[in-house]
Structure formats: structure tokens, C-alpha cells
Design a protein around this ligand. Sequence first.
Ligand code: CA
Length: 304
Amino acid sequence: MNNRPIVIAHRGASGYLPEHSLPAKALAYAFGADYLEQDVVASRDDELVVLHDIYLDRVSNVAQKFPKRARSDGRFYVRDFDMAELRSLSVWERFRADGSAVYPNRFPVGEGSFRIHTLREELQFLRDINTSTGGGVGCYAEIKRPAWHRQQGVDIAPELLCILAEFGYSTRNDAAFVQCFDAEELVRIRVELKCELRLVQLIDDQNLPSANGLARLSASVDVIGPSISQLYQLRQGKVEPTSLAHDAQRFGLHIHPYTFRRDEIPSGFGDFDALLEYFVSELKVNGLFTDFADLVCQKLDQQR
Ligand code: CA
């Protein structure tokens, strides 16, 4: 199939193994993902760490291991732990405040021996497995909460770009994307930090752009990453596109929606296959964030 969309392994093969663990990344690699996703936050000693949240308490045993280290809101922050402490934690499948699994049919909560690692370690892993397999899988890094991190005394973007450059990712032809929800930060990355990598504006219900907003975005970013629910609506039970995909395509923006999950099928779609079919064949998205890279790769292979 021409213009085959790219498969972005959302936090690794997170449908099967605890998110952002290196085994989850290795599994996604073996499934045939085109890009491995990294969410990037900062430790107390200013290391860039691959974790989805600024918090540790929904994906690790931090509350058991360091019970006195929560802030006044009861949460445990990555920023309050140095790298040696973070490495001593066990990474667990994501769970709720009451301890129950967010996705009950996934890897059992509290099981396994998985560890937190740095961005640099993940990029080394990716470089080395690309060497041993002859593959060319890329990285797809998200800067988490840049303004909050600056308040906490650390500026993630310049450091991230520096590490990416170390691994040979510095131009738009390199197999790397940088994503962020913060539009100002993306403009800063493009203009002030002179980044030439492909940039992705993530979109949720708080920052859904108008058509004019998309036109403005297209001056600094290459891709929008909306949630799948922002690209369609249900009318009398029937799925119809919203204007977002059409408007984005009009301004030359690619579309990489999140997140395709076998165990979280949105209403209006009979099954995972129908969901993929709609986004790939009808909306013609350019990439898919998925917890199940195996199933998405299989689907795209069938359509070749
Ligand atoms: Ca992310």
C-alpha cells in the first residue's frame, strides 16, 4: 500500500507489558513498529527519564519503598527523586488510586521486575537493536509539562534536543519526531532552539484548534496528534468525520491520532479492525499511536 501510515508504539507494547519498560519497547520493536514512543520527564538530578507522568505513584512501588516522600497533594513526583532512587523502584502495570488495574486484562499489577531507565539508555538500546537487526526504527519523544518543569528548575527541551543530536537525530530526514501539547513550547523549539526535526502538536479537548489555528500551527509543526475522538462524531449511531482531519490536510499537516487500543474500543465501531479500517481507509491518517503494534501492523500488512 502506498502511503502506508506509520505505527507508533505508544509507551512500547503497552498492551502486553508495563508501559515504558525496556521489555515493552523490545516487544514493540519485534512486532514491527516504525517508531517507539518516549515520554520524557526530569529527575531531581536533571536526568531525562522515560515515564508517562510527572508522578510515580500509578506505575511503580514508590509508595511502599519511599512512603514519606509524597508532596502535600499525596503524589510522588519524579522530580523529587534522583536517578539512583528511581532505578531502585519496580515499574508496574498502570493502576488506579485504589490499586485496581486501569486495564484489567493486561499484565498483572505488581508483577514482574521492570525498571525505570533514562532517555539516553533507551536511545542507546534503539541504536543497538537497529544495528543487530539491520532495522531502522525511529524515536518519537514527548516533552511532558515543559512549563511545570521550568518552575521546578529544569528546562527539558534543549537537553532533549542535545541528546537526540548525540544519537544522530537532527534533521527532518532523520527517524525522529518531537511531540508536545504545549504550542508555545513547540514554536520555541522551532524558532528559538532552531530544531529541524519533525514536530508534532498534540491535541486534547483543552487545545482543539480552529481552522485558523491549524493554519497558524502549520507554520511551525508538521503533524497534529489529536485524540481519535476528535476526528469523528456519531450522528444517529453513524460515524462521520469532524472537520479536523480535512482542515489539517488542507494546511499540509499530517495526522497521527492517539490511542488505538484493543481493550478500549470507542462507541460507533464494532471491533478493533473496524476502528482501524475507518481511520486508515476513510480518514487516511498518516500514523497511529497504539498500545497494540502487532495488531495494527497485521492490519496494514493485509491492506498492502
Ligand atoms: Ca505520550
